[in-house]
Design a protein around this ligand. Structure first.
Ligand code: ADP
Ligand SMILES: Nc1ccn([C@@H]2O[C@H](COP(=O)(O)O)[C@@H](O)[C@H]2O)c(=O)n1
Length: 205
């Protein structure tokens, strides 16, 4: 079985998860989705308050080596156990999730094109983009509704780590993309083109 790896990158709130969800809903078990966020390093030994202050937008926050290892395993046709992450606890949980090898593997994350080894593994690199004001508003709503945050904490985190790391690491990785998708979450033309490419690969014996 030949496997293609598709990377979906872009800053927080750009619409990566929304685009990926559409693809997963369309292809079901034929496509596997893995988040770089699942590979955030453990923060054991710190209090919740200390864990909340970690810079989660810096490349050093991720165990990218483990993700690379897991992607190699999947490409070799072997299943992996993917870590499960909790944004509420700011830590990996004790759980892992079995992921079976499929012909198409999608990896999403803010910094997946920043690490050269990981970046070079992707057959297709997609960067999703949305205006900064729209995405911060979306992130604020999402973090309060789904990730157990206060509005004040979202604003503080955005100004102290998210924005500077975006400028230093995420935005410069845009130039490595093969395709830029504007309004990622709801760009139906782009979605259809990506679906056609995935379908062509799945249908190739
Ligand atoms: N085109 C869009 N219009 C309105 N809301 C959107 C759109 N795309 C995404 N969203 C919302 O914005 C929030 C962030 O999008 P998400 O896909 O989670 O971004 P990312 O994974 O890049 O951080 C989510 O709550 C999502 O429902
Ligand atoms: N404990 C954590 C871990 C990560 N984050 C933020 O998540 C963002 C990446 O996820 P997206 O779905 O938004 O791409 C990143 O910007 C981190 O700041 C967090 O807030 N808390």
């Amino acid at each position: 079985m030949s496997t293609i790896l598709i990377g979906i990158a872009g800053g927080t709130g750009f619409g990566k998860t929304t685009l990926t969800r559409h693809l997963k809903e369309h292809f079901g078990p034929e496509v596997t989705v893995i988040g770089h966020d699942n590979y955030y390093k453990r923060q054991d030994g710190k209090t919740l308050e200390e864990r909340a202050k970690v810079n989660y937008d810096h490349p050093a926050a991720f165990d990218t080596e483990l993700l690379i290892e897991h992607l190699k395993e999947l490409k070799e046709g072997r299943p992996i156990r993917c870590p499960v992450y909790s944004y509420v606890e700011h830590n990996r949980t004790e759980e892992t999730r079995e992921i079976l090898p499929t012909k198409v593997i999608i990896v999403k994350g803010i910094l997946i094109f920043q690490n050269p080894t990981l970046r070079d593994m992707f057959d297709i690199k997609i960067f999703v983009e949305t205006d900064a004001d729209v995405r911060i508003l979306r992130r604020a709503l999402r973090d309060v509704e789904e990730r157990g945050r206060t509005l004040q904490s979202v604003v503080t985190q955005y100004l102290t780590t998210v924005k500077p790391m975006h400028e230093q690491y995420v935005e410069p990785s845009r130039k490595f993309a093969d395709i830029i998708v504007l309004e990622g979450g709801r760009n139906l033309v782009a979605l259809e083109m990506i679906m056609q490419r995935i379908r062509a690969h799945i249908d190739t014996p």
